[in-house]
Design a protein around this ligand. Sequence first.
Ligand code: ATP
Ligand code: MG
Length: 175
Amino acid sequence: MARKGLVIVHTGPGKGKTTAALGLALRAVGQGMRVAMVQFIKGSWKYGELKAPEFLPGFEIQPMGRGFVNLGAPTPDPEDVALARETLDAARGKVLSGRYDLVILDEINYAVDYGLVPVEEVLRLIRDKPDPVHLVLTGRNARPEVVEVADLVTEMREVKHPFRAGIKAQKGIEF
Ligand code: ATP
Ligand code: MG
């Protein structure tokens, strides 16, 4: 069966974008594939998935150097822009390396939306991607240009979220 590397986008305001990408990683590893996840914007929580490589051979995860981005600020901090640049370069290296069958760029859509990463760079990475590599881009507010070139786009819609009922983030579900 000929392999066609897909460009997959998980976007929208509902929960499940990153966890759906992790589900794909689990499935791909089960097929003997090598998977890398690069995280563009990391929250302050200790995400359970950071431990996954200990249990999942073939899965690598690279969180962005600095633990927290102040998303409330009106303009991005130059230090965060520089880090996003480094993260993008690392992501590009992994996509082009030929070492991975599936590369997940977690929160890259949000990094573009927030002005940390130029959308042109994302489009260039998609264009330069080796044909067999599957690429997953997660994060809210995916740009229409990215949606346009993708093969598979899923928009998560919020129907209910416990946050609205004042229930705090649960270990193993949100982080
Ligand atoms: P997850 O990592 O759980 O799959 P996500 O990737 O879809 O979530 P993000 O936009 O990355 O969501 O948001 C990260 C955090 O915000 C997660 O802890 C998630 O549970 C929470 N979150 C996602 N959607 C909502 C929502 N509609 N209301 C409140 N919190 C949310
Ligand atoms: Mg996410």
